[in-house]
Write a protein that binds this ligand. Structure first.
Ligand code: KG4
Ligand code: ZN
Length: 372
């Protein structure tokens, strides 16, 4: 395990704090400059994102080698643009933060090497971040919300409920045993011949569909343990689609609507249980905030179901705007500021990690493979 250095001087005084954040863990190349002012609130000075959707769409998913090459091609320009838009030179930064994992190793190496080089040459503090921690702390930037809170993280690579206790302190409640939720949307879209990324496409088609037409399973619903599973749902959908081939537009819409309904009910059930688990572990007088982050948080049916569930349990729901829910550099810069302000700085020996659970003490979920 690599050592992290505590930096007592910075822990106390430095305001405002301005960081560059770099993100290359998956298929978005992103750079941003964020400043935290004396009142503790964050201000996004720039936030530029280059999505590689076009490069990957023909394959129905992210191709790691293509992703890494695409990051190499654009990252320097993205950083220059982020600094330019923020009207901040490298000399004006208090530090540089970068995603060091989890993610696709080729992309991570591109971001990490660039960030280390800039920090070394310009003599700036360097922070190597867990991408999931950045998602987890984004509400501090968007809403000024500080821990503790319950987090539902639903993206293309992760589906987890976590208690965010403080910066660097996370307790995982549930994780997926197989596919991540966004991945389930993407695979469903691919099966039905829809575009990538599949989530927004499935949502669009579902809007014209009959959610009652196909009876699909609600995996894990009612189970005591807090995990998720989506592989069975995807298989059931494939079987039902095959049984009515060839599909017309209405069939596709009905399949999408039925899928979205099944997902929404399943996730709702898991989150209701997670809210109880949060109160049991944190205390019934703990602040009741449910934070939803990750690309799938853009889904309107899911959002409104979660809103109802939260209200019924006396929780506020807090969802960052969609440009901060999907992968971006601002969340990296912000999480870098949070860590730096608490006295953390990383050494240049820090290596990229394809797998990096936020809660190292969480028990491996049966069958969860690398996604736990
Ligand atoms: O957080 P994100 O941008 O990237 C990852 O870190 O994975 O999430 C991308 C995922 C994709 O799987 C995409 O299909 C899904 O979020 N997604 C949606 C919606 N918008 C994006 N899923 C369902 N409904 C949406 N509206
Ligand atoms: Zn992400």
């Amino acid at each position: 395990m690599l050592k992290r250095k505590m930096n007592e001087e910075t822990k106390i005084n430095k305001v405002p704090v301005t960081f560059l954040g770099i993100e290359t863990s998956c298929d978005e190349t992103a750079a941003a400059v964020v400043r935290r002012d004396a009142d503790g609130r964050g201000k996004i000075l720039s936030n530029v994102v280059h999505s590689q959707i076009n490069e990957h769409s023909a394959y129905g998913g992210v191709v790691p080698e293509i992703a890494a090459r695409a990051h190499v091609e654009v990252l320097d320009m993205m950083i220059a643009e982020a600094l330019d838009r923020a009207n901040v030179g490298l000399a004006g930064l208090d530090g540089i933060a970068v995603t060091a994992g989890p993610g696709l190793i080729g992309g991570l190496l591109v971001g990490l090497t660039t960030a280390k080089t800039l920090a070394l040459v310009h003599d700036k503090p360097f922070i190597a971040l867990n991408h999931l921690e950045a998602h987890a702390l984004t509400v501090g930037l968007s809403h000024g919300l500080q821990p503790p809170y319950l987090l539902l993280l639903v993206s293309g690579g992760h589906t987890q409920t976590l208690i965010v206790k403080g910066v660097g302190s996370y307790e995982r409640l549930g994780t997926t045993l197989d596919d991540a939720l966004g991945e389930a949307f993407d695979k469903t879209a691919k099966l039905l011949g829809l575009d990538y990324p599949g989530g927004p496409e499935v949502e669009r088609w579902a809007a014209r569909g009959d959610a009652e037409r196909f009876s699909l399973p609600r995996p894990m619903k009612g189970r005591e343990e807090l995990h998720f599973s989506f592989a069975g749902l995807k298989t059931a959908l494939r079987q039902q689609a095959k049984s009515i081939e060839p599909l017309d537009d209405q069939d596709i819409s009905d399949l999408c609507a039925s899928f979205e309904r099944a997902v929404t009910e399943t996730v709702s059930d898991r989150v209701v249980r997670a809210m109880s688990a949060y109160l049991e572990r944190t205390g019934h007088d703990a602040p009741r905030h449910l934070v939803v982050a990750g690309g799938v948080a853009a889904n309107k049916s899911l959002r409104s179901a979660l809103q109802e569930n939260a209200a019924a349990a006396g929780f506020d729901i807090c969802i960052p705007p969609s440009e901060l829910c999907t992968d971006n550099g601002a969340m990296i810069a912000w999480a870098g500021i949070e860590r730096y302000s608490q006295g953390w700085i990383d050494g240049f020996e820090f290596e990229a990690k394809a797998r990096w659970p936020l809660d190292p003490d969480a028990q491996a979920a049966m069958g969860a493979g690398v996604k736990a």
